[in-house]
Design a protein around this ligand. Sequence first.
Ligand SMILES: *Cc1c(COP(=O)(O)O)cnc(C)c1O
Length: 367
Amino acid sequence: MGKRPALIVNHENLRHNMSTVVGWCREAGIDVAGVIKVTTGLASVALDYESCGAKWIASSRLEQLVRAKEAGVKIPLLMIRVPMLSEVEEMVQVCDFSLQSSIETLNAVDEAARKCGKKHNVILMADLGDLREGFFEKEELVNTADYVENKLECVHLAGIGTNLGCVGSVKPTKEKMDMLAEWAEAVEDKIGRPLEIVSGGATSSLLPLFDGVMNPKVNMLRIGAVSHIGPLEDIRTCYGREEADVLSDECFVLEAEVIETNVKPTHPIGELGVDAFGKKATYVDRGRRRRAILAVGRADYGDIDDLVPDLEGAEVTMASGDHTILDIEDCKEQLHVGDVVRLKLKYSAVMRLTTSENITIEEIGKL
Ligand SMILES: *Cc1c(COP(=O)(O)O)cnc(C)c1O
């Protein structure tokens, strides 16, 4: 048995999910940018996405795109967090495409691209209410597009895009997609040519696609979450949509070792202060119950809500930085010290586990 705790990455399941998602989008005339930031940019995952028909590999972190390139990804790389001015030079050397929302940065990109003799493609972002990056007024976006088109020699205006369902939780409704299409038309009228790309958002923008109301002008989605997390992602857990149920929720599984299985009260005994993280917690008294302590903790995965034990009757109840308490009173199977428990994972847990130095990453079915 390998070293524990381990994050098991199942590439066959990943490729099943990626091909399925690429297929959904293709049917609607949409190309997928495969977003790899979920795993802190495992290059093997970028190669999966490429083999499944993604047209771009995308990340919010330049280092991850550098790794993808070094691993041999051939399709264009797309930087999806607006780049820092301090990384523009490197960004232009590594990436072919980026999302942009400021004139200062666009000017810097133009200068950097000229220096290395390249033409860099940009997608200007429209903020349609989610309040993260992007131009908030249509006129501002149209004028910036016109500026890029006519004043910046080494920047190519590839298209416009938006991001929703993020910091502002705004749903990508039909209305929002129609609004993006209308802004794209306004840009096209101004510059007198069609845009190549209208980028309609992330995983959450699959909702209008599932409903058959996606605006036909939208021809790119940037997808990370649902391809990696499947039905444990918001599409199922928050929006109750069944479409993602054909996807695997076992692309990433955490294997943790049991270090204790003593029976204990469920309510702490004594005067209560704060927990290990300085938070006041509440505890429900369910009497004495058997529980297992796993040798993995919040330092590794973040929040217990992002763990789904693959063991009938088991429930994650509490955790410290290095311990996770699993209530196993109702489990049919007995657990013993030394046993290994498998936990399915939601998005942020995968993101954190791939950065934890305590976690061994084991890859199955790597290309
Ligand atoms: C993270 C991100 C995505 C991918 O989002 P998912 O919900 O993981 O599909 C797409 N676009 C941008 C700009 C992002 O930052």
